[in-house]
Design a protein around this ligand. Structure first.
Ligand SMILES: [Zn+2]
Length: 204
């Protein structure tokens, strides 16, 4: 297979990218400068060597000083009483801009409507374990988790996932969802920080 076809196939694996768009990316790289192609290849390679997945929230972050936790989880000043559950890493960046100061957990997906095995699509086991551990911290009781905020998109699959999580997390303390500030169909990743802040303050 030619490098053009091979690379097209790789781009097609990206979320939301079809064969035509994949071809356009390859065409762009063909006419780009050798330095740009070189830089691109190196950055892709360094994703594997310079980043790590946080052991607590599962988001990807740039490794510094061999710390196993991302900057948010490693920050002692974050509010340990709330855990914001999101679908993907990009949601965290957006929620951070809203001024939220608590902790996070990345589900790594969403549960499709027809699925009978939710744990195949999201980090359910890991979330239950985290909720259990944070609700019973060793030592300081002021570090105790008091509320889990289900920050899922206002889509049909988001609602479905929220229902299943609320059921599975029953007994893990207060479970809340974002308020209606988030309009129907909107995804957290694209909501503006003010909307998220208002949806957070009107959570229930
Ligand atoms: Zn983390």
């Amino acid at each position: 297979m030619s490098p053009i076809d091979k690379l097209s196939q790789l781009f097609e694996k990206f979320p939301g990218i079809g064969p035509r768009q994949a071809r356009r990316f390859v065409q762009y790289l063909l006419v780009a400068s050798p330095a740009m192609r070189q830089d691109m290849a190196e950055q892709v390679r360094s994703l594997g060597t310079q980043t790590a997945q946080c052991k607590k929230c599962y988001r990807w972050f740039t490794k510094e000083h061999k710390i196993a936790l991302c900057p948010v989880c490693a920050d002692e000043h974050r509010d340990k009483s709330t855990l914001f559950v999101v679908e993907k890493d990009a949601d965290i960046d957006n929620v951070e801009r809203s001024g939220y100061k608590g902790l996070y957990f990345v589900l790594g997906g969403i549960i499709p409507l027809a699925s009978e095995e939710p744990e195949k699509h999201i980090r359910l086991k890991e979330l239950l374990k985290r909720a259990e551990e944070d609700a019973n911290p060793r030592g300081d009781a002021s570090m105790r988790l008091q509320e889990i905020i289900l920050g899922l998109s206002a889509t049909t699959e988001g609602d479905h996932t929220r229902e299943i999580l609320a059921e599975k997390l029953r007994g893990s303390g207060k479970i809340s969802s974002l308020g209606r500030g988030l309009s129907t169909g909107s995804e957290l990743e694209y909501a503006d920080p003010d909307t998220i802040a208002s949806a957070l303050s009107s959570r229930s």
